[in-house]
Design a protein around this ligand. Structure first.
Ligand SMILES: Cc1ncc(C[n+]2csc(CCOP(=O)(O)OP(=O)(O)O)c2C)c(N)n1
Ligand SMILES: [Mg+2]
Length: 421
């Protein structure tokens, strides 16, 4: 039965620090000195890099070599079928992503934001959600969309420019993609406060998850969302995919401390998980979502990962980062480690991998076919859903565009008549 939010869980922010939580540790403890980049004699290069991914606070349940490890705060029991199913998700979403990149290169999409390297963060967190939970994505959450049951072809509509979104957010409890960096954290927090007011927090309650990037943590919206969520004790999980880059800006241009430690200053727990470890992402997100559903308020999860591709298909990362960095992260590939684990433990054989690979080709082919078959909308229809009620400005623009387009029709018919003469 759903019960009303039981108010603030006073013990939570002050909980004893877990090996993975920011509970009692001082954010300052991880920086060499207290002054910021502008402090006396401190250049940004002197800053202690928050990049080290071997830090003890990183929650990991599957090593890059495919060895299973345990964590006392995140016990995880998975059957062989469940692990195989996670592997399947990882492979299929990577294949869908590759297909979309190819479609963009062939002129079928205007742009595409690849999730390459972030599959485990997205599938792990996506599989931790209950159907009744609500998810708010950025523009890169194709793996979460897959876990929510969205037809992957729907994702392409926005990038092909044939719709403003592509799906009904209520159908799969998956909100539309948001391009405005960080804005969805406020939407999610407001939504979570609504869940609270509907009395849907408590046993069998609902929670909200919102995705954003490392760069987004510098946005005012995100920091305001943290405050609202904290003060309202809202049932929202902030899932930050720290993929090390905000287009060409590296992480050390965003923060002097590990991002998950920011949560402490806002009064809720923060945790850093190996974002390339699908098991750990699943376990950590499950726990945070359950806490939110039960009325224990927000959690910040920093999924420590890497954007292996370009920011979008319009970007060339070789202009601002070294290939050695990419090569190092390839060794931590989120799919390869699950494969290794499946092989070593004898849970899967070559036939299984071949079947998944064949299915991936099928799914990729279906996405391509759907994309090529999408009808071009009437250009004037772009004004239809700007506002619920018509407005004078939008109407004027609609008339202007219609007149502009019909001027080509006149030209075309004149040209046709001249050719006929
Ligand atoms: C408010 C706003 N400012 C700037 C941009 C341009 N922009 C698009 S993506 C991006 C970087 C975002 O980086 P991050 O939050 O790390 O997410 P990632 O793309 O790495 O997933 C920026 C600055 C935008 N879309 N919205
Ligand atoms: Mg980023």
């Amino acid at each position: 039965m759903a019960v009303k939010a039981a108010g603030r869980a006073a013990s939570r922010p002050n909980d004893k620090p877990s090996p993975g939580g920011s509970g009692g540790s001082s954010p300052r403890a991880s920086t060499a000195r207290g002054s910021g980049p502008s402090g006396p004699g401190v250049s940004p290069d002197d800053a202690v890099s928050p990049r080290a991914d071997t830090a003890p606070e990183l929650i990991q349940l599957l090593t890059p070599e495919g060895e299973r490890t345990e964590h006392p705060d995140y016990p995880l029991e998975l059957s062989a079928d469940e692990i195989k199913s996670l592997y399947r998700d990882l492979v299929l979403v990577r294949r869908i992503d590759f297909e979309a990149i190819a479609l963009q290169r062939q002129g079928e999409l205007g742009i595409w934001a690849s999730l390459l390297g972030q599959e485990a963060a997205q599938v792990g967190s996506g599989r931790a959600l209950q159907p009744r939970d609500m998810a708010f994505p950025t523009y890169r959450e194709h793996g979460v969309a897959w876990c929510r049951g969205l037809d992957p072809a729907k994702l392409l509509e926005l990038f092909r420019g044939v719709s403003h979104g592509g799906w009904d957010p209520k159908e799969h409890n998956f909100h539309l993609y948001t391009i405005v960096i960080g804005a969805q954290t406020l939407h999610a927090t407001g939504y979570a406060m609504g869940v609270q007011r509907d009395g849907a927090v408590g046993e069998d309650g609902e929670a909200v998850i919102v995705y954003f990037g490392d760069g987004a943590t510098s946005q005012g919206d995100v920091n305001e969302a943290f405050i609202w969520a904290s003060v309202a004790n809202a049932p929202v999980v902030f899932f930050c995919q720290n993929n090390q880059w905000a287009i060409s800006e590296p992480l050390d241009r965003q923060s002097r401390i590990p991002l998950y430690q920011r949560a402490r200053g806002f009064g809720f727990p923060g945790v850093r998980v190996d974002g390339n470890d699908v098991f750990a992402c699943l376990a950590v997100t499950r726990k945070a979502m359950q806490a939110a559903r039960e009325g224990q308020g927000p959690t910040l999860i920093e999924a420590y990962t890497y954007r292996m591709g370009a920011h979008t298909t319009t970007d060339d990362p070789t202009r601002y980062r070294l290939s050695a960095e990419l090569e190092a992260w390839k060794l931590k590939d989120p799919i390869e480690r699950v494969r290794q684990y499946l092989v070593r433990s004898g849970m899967a054989d070559e036939d299984f991998f071949a079947a998944i690979s064949a299915e991936a080709d099928e799914v990729g082919g279906a996405v391509r076919k759907s994309c090529l078959e999408m009808p071009d909308p009437d250009p004037v229809s772009m004004f239809d859903h700007v506002y619920v009620e018509p407005t004078a400005l939008v109407e004027r623009e609609r008339v202007q565009l219609a007149a502009y387009l019909s001027s080509f029709a006149d030209e075309e018919s004149t040209a046709a008549k001249e050719t006929a003469r």
